[in-house]
Design a protein around this ligand. Structure first.
Ligand code: NOJ
Length: 717
């Protein structure tokens, strides 16, 4: 349809039909759905009727070619103007072929593979009838207690922005021409990743300076990449719920950034303006959200029940409604739904693409590149000839897909046991304990198994329900029974390798103390067991680096690398013993810093070279460093570039990641890694929110992680 035809369609719609476009309901509400079942209760609760369902604009959570085709067909028979439904789903880290959780993908620092993972997910989902995915989630987070850290790529605005772009490219590409793509919806706008105390849905209060510096860049990056939709956040931001926050939505998102796509509320978030205490009732909630610019209301019916009334009594302009409806029609048109309402839904293609060997390979490759080697005292890689005991609650566990993997299934998942069995000659397995509860018998069996072995691999971790939405924890240590199992294994005097499956940075002090090697596998996805085996046996040399700091203890949280220097830094040359910024009982530093991760190779960094010691705003400064693989194993290294503005008008972080390169090095080989610094990279938000640079001295750092770096200074004139 042309834009004129779309506008004409809008003029033919009744107010009721228009309001319908703003409603999103879950699959069971629709007549064509196989699981329609008993919906009278939910409909009564929402005060909606069959007529409202006929007018509905979009569906939440539908997938399966047959299902989506049925729902669409039935809907088109009943919808007076033949306006197709939009099918939206949470395709977060894979559809049926599950990839590692996004936090793990963040640790790969592999932008290309991240893009590919989203492309694979899009292909499977599109064949299954999905039009829009509620991803990427790009909420920066510094608090591992928050369950949703697993859904974000970590704590750094630059790295998160790179991944945000990659995911949008992978999911969406060029929607007009690319086959099997889905529109993407970046979320949760804004600052959902900073709830007080790490408790989900909780208060967010931060200065505009902090928001712009750290939290907004990744959303903006996704939009610059062409992301079609934005989802609001559940939290309040500086006193105003994001979902009714006009200055955030109309101000920053639409006016400042020029976003003209569809803005959707999170699940029930419009109605939640009532418990937040900013709306008296659903009518006021509808008014606040629509005025703030929220187009689609997900799963509550404040708009359906009250927008017409608000217009009739003059509290709301009809044009505000029209604006939202037009954007939704435009998106449907862009997706080609007026010409082909079923889009790529095809049972035949589902069979062809879903869990294809190619998709499984991509998942295995990315999983292996996401696994972080945290400690290795001459234990790994394992010798395939040795007798290995695999113990622990994750030894044969299929719960390694992680939260937001509803499309994945246990039957398709490769466990650690299966993966190791493919590559080891002699493997014996015993669970030892459940996740939180153990018994003497299981422990005894595990000890007996381990006693026969040369090496013990202990697979430990968190149930996937312990992270994800509403999966917050105040204690971020592994449960006592699991630590106990590890200690008992260590007491046998054999080399012990801990492999961890979890959705957040944990306090790993005891684990690192009692294991000779520690492998952070996160939730690695469908091919997880194979990827873990690839790493343990050295088929893949670990190259992942933490994209979020691993705290020393929960008492440090939030602990992040790009923090600001205090007036009393502990490491100042003239620091006093007591009156400095420190804890008396624990170090200031995390257990493992941002950017940290070991390899089976060893890399040496030469001295940093700068092309000049000063630059003007027009210059490009070239930074070079020689990186040598001094081991006899080929490996990959993520070379990281950080900058510090030594004296700013506003206090600057002690380090900020500006760039990175992943280099593959053969034994004995050296590569000269080159970075370029230009003035825009040195800009930051000043007190008046201007994004400019200050002339003066900077330090540039290059290194293997955010702490272990070489430094040089230069001046910006
Ligand atoms: C709530 C979650 O916060 C959001 O991320 C998700 O997309 C929606 N539910 C829809 O499932």
């Amino acid at each position: 349809m042309t834009e004129a035809q779309l506008k004409d369609l809008l003029t033919q719609m009744t107010t009721e039909e228009k309001v319908g476009q703003l409603l999103q309901l879950a699959t069971p509400f629709f007549k064509g759905a196989s699981d329609r079942g008993e919906i009278t209760g939910p409909m009564e609760n929402m005060n909606i009727n069959e007529e409202d369902i006929k007018h509905t604009g979009s569906v939440l959570g539908a997938s399966g070619a047959r299902e989506t085709i049925n729902i669409q067909k039935t809907h088109l028979e009943e919808n007076r103007l033949g306006i197709p439904l939009l099918f939206m789903s949470d395709i977060i880290h894979g559809f049926k072929t599950i990839f590692p959780v996004p936090l793990a993908i963040g640790c790969s620092w592999d932008i290309e593979l991240a893009e590919k993972s989203a492309a694979v997910a899009a292909k499977e989902a599109a064949a299954s009838g999905v039009h829009v995915t509620f991803a990427p989630m790009v909420d920066l987070s510094r608090d591992p207690r928050w369950g949703r850290v697993m859904e974000s790529t970590g704590e750094d605005p630059h790295l998160n922005s790179q991944f945000a772009r990659a995911f949008v490219r992978g999911f969406q590409g060029d929607l007009d021409n690319d086959a099997h793509k889905v529109a993407s919806c970046v979320k949760h706008f804004a600052a959902y990743g900073a709830p007080e105390g790490g408790r989900d849905y909780n208060t967010v209060d931060m200065s505009e300076w902090m928001l712009r510096e750290n939290y907004l860049p990744a959303y903006k990056a996704a939009l610059e990449e062409g992301c079609e939709m934005v989802m609001t956040a559940f939290n309040i931001l500086n006193g105003i719920p994001a979902t009714g926050n006009e200055s955030l939505m109309r101000g920053i998102l639409r006016e400042e950034w020029g976003f003209d796509g569809v803005l959707i509320s999170d699940w029930g978030a419009v109605k939640e303006l009532i418990p937040h205490g900013v709306a008296e009732d659903q009518k006021q909630a509808a008014e606040l959200a629509l005025k703030a610019g929220v187009d689609i209301e997900m799963m509550t019916s404040c708009y359906t029940n009250h927008v017409q009334e608000l217009i009739e009594e003059g509290s709301l302009e009809e044009s505000t409604l029209d604006e939202g409806v037009l954007r939704i029609l435009q998106l449907k048109n862009k997706l080609g739904l007026f010409d082909n309402p079923h889009r790529f839904a095809s049972e035949e293609d589902e069979k062809k693409y879903i869990l294809s060997p190619e998709h499984r390979r991509a998942s295995r490759e990315l999983a292996a590149k996401s696994i972080v080697l945290l400690k290795n005292e001459d234990v790994l890689p394992l010798n395939a000839e040795k007798k290995v005991a695999l113990v622990g609650p994750f030894a044969s566990n299929t719960d390694i897909l992680g939260p937001w993997s509803w499309g994945g299934s246990a039957e398709d998942t490769v466990t650690v046991e299966t993966g190791l069995n493919q590559q080891l000659k002699d493997l014996a397995v015993a669970k030892g304990t459940d996740l939180r509860d153990g018994n003497e018998e299981d422990l005894k069996a595990a000890l007996q198994t381990a006693e026969q072995a040369d090496v013990v691999v202990v697979a430990l971790g968190e149930h996937s329900d312990w992270s994800g939405e509403a999966g917050c924890l105040a204690d971020i240590r592994l449960p006592e029974v699991q630590l106990d199992l590890l200690k008992k294994m260590k007491q046998l005097g054999k080399p012990v390798v801990a492999v961890l499956f979890n959705g957040r940075p944990l306090d790993l002090r005891e684990v690192t103390e009692h294991a000779d090697a520690v492998v952070e596998a996160w939730y690695p996805g469908t091919e997880g067991g194979n990827a873990v085996a690839d790493i343990l046996l050295g088929k893949v040399n670990p190259s992942a680096k933490l994209s979020m700091s691993m705290p020393y203890s929960v008492g440090q949280v939030p602990v992040y690398y790009n923090s600001y220097s205090t007036g009393r830094p502990k490491d100042a040359p003239d620091a006093q013993e007591r009156y400095v910024s420190q804890y008396l009982d624990i170090p200031n530093e995390p257990l493992f810093p941002f950017g940290y991760g070991l390899s089976y190779s060893q890399f040496e960094y030469g001295e940093l070279q700068l092309s000049a010691d000063r630059m003007t705003k027009e210059d490009t400064l070239t930074v070079t460093v020689d990186v040598t693989n001094v081991s006899d194993i080929p490996g990959e290294e993520v070379v990281q570039l950080y900058v510090r503005d030594n004296v700013g008008q506003v206090v600057r972080p002690t380090k900020e990641l500006k760039d990175f390169r992943k280099v593959a090095l053969q034994p004995g080989h050296t590569e000269t890694v080159t970075f370029q610094i230009t003035e825009p990279q040195l800009r930051y938000y000043h007190a008046n929110m201007e994004h400019t640079s200050d002339p003066g001295e900077f330090t540039v750092f290059v290194g293997t992680n955010s702490q272990d770096v070489k430094a040089k200074r230069f001046r910006l004139e």
